[in-house]
Design a protein around this ligand. Structure first.
Ligand SMILES: Cc1cc2nc3c(=O)[nH]c(=O)nc-3n(C[C@H](O)[C@H](O)[C@H](O)COP(=O)(O)O)c2cc1C
Ligand code: SF4
Length: 407
């Protein structure tokens, strides 16, 4: 496939898309102590951009403290959440940020190998990414004795995924890297202690590692000037759906949903799905909520729906996705998603009672606590939030059901 930069990057911001010179983070980091680096990352307040928002410094400290002959850095570039396409921009236009962040992470925790797990559909990027790695090797930013410093070694290799959404989950990803079926592991133990080939492993998202490069070159104080107390820095949002200007936007955490809607020229918006299919559906009455870990959290996917959209069809589309993508390992997710899907078909046919709908919502809540991994824990979010927030639309237009109680 021909490589073109059609990334639809719509708004650059003060952090991620700010000026950066390739290699600068590595040059600075190797002259800092590991403790100083951990201090800067901790002071920045950086939390994982892959969705879960785990503090990056804590993950690194745990892996640095683990006693092992080998350690690994894995860059999660699986980017499988429906509606997310911001890591693509970083990988295509700013690979130096991602790779330099990996080298810094490796130096800090004592790893000599980094692996990029690249979404199968991003195979077309492979050549440009490999070319960039070659340039880094020629510049002594990768390989043995980085920048001439004895004993500082780090190599990066790239592995392609094969299109399973669940392989974005860090333990399934590690299984896949090991050549096994991509199925989530039981946790604990966590990858920080028992990860790739059972060695301590840091798994970080593309955007998290890119943020690291900027933090090292500037500092933690600079980073946290943007955002809120609990969500520092800025975030890349992948905006799609009913708006005039879909694309990738860098905005500070804490931006209100209605402000984002104005920026992307969305009109007559009825709902915003924050966090992709596994996120929650927010109705107009809540558009003053903020995009932040402490309120409307998201790994970056923002899907906009205007008044013309049928919310039940949207929900059906999300649930079809989860039925397809569940790995089937645990019962709450394997059976639960199918049961929720059956409920949607019954609502479509007007063949339901509200008691039945309420039972399904309870099933969704059970899935959120009883599923083994984040897929089954989050797949009922859309079901619960759409039926809750759009009940007038859904049950009025499909009101052939026998009403026992309230939905
Ligand atoms: C089903 C599922 C899919 C996921 N997909 C991705 C993904 O594509 N990219 C990603 O960075 N994290 C994904 N995650 C989150 C990862 O498990 C993990 O939390 C993340 O890579 C950690 O990096 P961070 O701390 O930098 O966010 C997924 C989680 C689940 C449960
Ligand atoms: S929650 Fe779903 S995807 Fe995760 S382990 Fe269970 S069946 Fe597999």
């Amino acid at each position: 496939m021909e490589f073109t930069k059609t990334n639809n990057k719509k708004r650059t911001g003060p952090v991620l898309f700010s000026e950066y010179c390739a290699g600068d983070a590595v040059k600075k980091a190797i002259n800092l102590s590991r403790e100083d680096i951990l201090f800067e990352i901790k002071n920045s307040g950086l939390k994982g951009r892959g969705g879960a928002g785990f503090p990056t410094a804590t993950k690194w400290m745990l892996t640095a403290a683990a006693n092992a002959d080998e350690k690994f850095i894995v860059c999660n570039a699986d980017e499988g959440e429906p509606g997310t396409f911001k890591d693509r921009v970083l990988l295509l236009e700013y690979p130096e940020l991602v790779f330099d962040g990996m080298v810094v992470a490796g130096y800090t925790i004592g790893a000599k190998t980094g692996i990029v797990y690249l979404r199968g559909e991003y195979e077309y990027m492979l050549e440009s990414l490999e070319n960039h790695l070659t340039v880094m090797r020629n510049d002594h930013l990768l390989g043995k004795n980085i920048l001439g410093r004895e004993g500082i070694d780090f190599e990066i290799r790239i592995r392609l995924g094969s299109g399973a959404y669940v392989c974005g989950e860090e333990t399934a990803l590690i299984e896949s890297l090991e050549g096994c079926r991509g199925e989530p592991r039981n946790r604990p133990p966590y990858p920080v202690n028992t990860g790739y080939l059972d060695y301590p492993t840091v798994v970080n998202n593309v955007e998290t590692l890119s943020s690291v490069s900027h933090i090292i070159v500037k500092n933690g104080e600079w980073f946290k000037k943007n955002g809120t107390n609990k969500s520092t820095g800025s975030k890349l949002f992948s905006v799609s759906g009913d708006c005039g200007k879909p694309g990738v936007y860098e905005l500070p955490w804490g931006t209100k949903i209605d402000v984002l809607l104005e920026i992307v020229e969305a009109k007559n918006t009825k709902a915003v799905q924050v966090g992709g299919a596994s996120g929650v559906c927010i109705p107009k009455s809540q558009f003053d909520r903020t995009l932040a870990y402490e309120d409307a959290a998201t790994g970056g996917s923002i899907i906009i729906f205007n008044e013309s959209r049928d919310m039940l069809k949207i929900l059906k589309n999300f649930m079809e996705f989860f039925v397809e993508e569940s790995c089937g390992q645990c019962t709450p997710c394997r059976v639960g998603n199918i049961k929720l899907m059956e409920g949607i078909t019954k609502i479509e046919n007007g063949n339901y009672t509200f008691a039945y709908i309420n039972t399904l919502k309870e099933l969704g809540k059970t899935m959120q606590v009883a599923s083994k991994c984040g897929l089954g824990q989050s797949s009922p979010n859309a079901f619960i939030s759409i039926l809750e927030n759009f009940k007038e639309e859904i049950f009025n237009t499909n009101g052939k059901g026998i009403s026992y109680g309230k939905a």
